[in-house]
Design a protein around this ligand. Sequence first.
Ligand SMILES: [Zn+2]
Ligand SMILES: [Zn+2]
Length: 106
Amino acid sequence: SYNHPTADEIYNVVRAQDDKISRGTVYRNLNLLADAGEILSIKTPGGSRFDRTIEPHAHIICTSCSRVIDVPLPFDAQLDAKASEQIGWHVTSHYTIFEGLCPDCR
Ligand SMILES: [Zn+2]
Ligand SMILES: [Zn+2]
């Protein structure tokens, strides 16, 4: 899915195909896939989302309906290094999540 579903949304889809599968199995496998770099885990307000697009990219979340889509902006791969220089930390990653209203909610 490219719709940035939550673990619960994925569980409900899988559950419709296999009524014996447990929530724990789905959550565990999502985290395994994310740890292995097969999918992206995105921390959004309200919980984690999962993304089949693994290249770093920005997101926007609708503050009304919680829909998440990609924002096609150039990704600054040097931003971690720039932040490290500024603050003296070892910065390892960053997330860009915009907030706003989607066309349906506006
Ligand atoms: Zn919306
Ligand atoms: Zn995405």
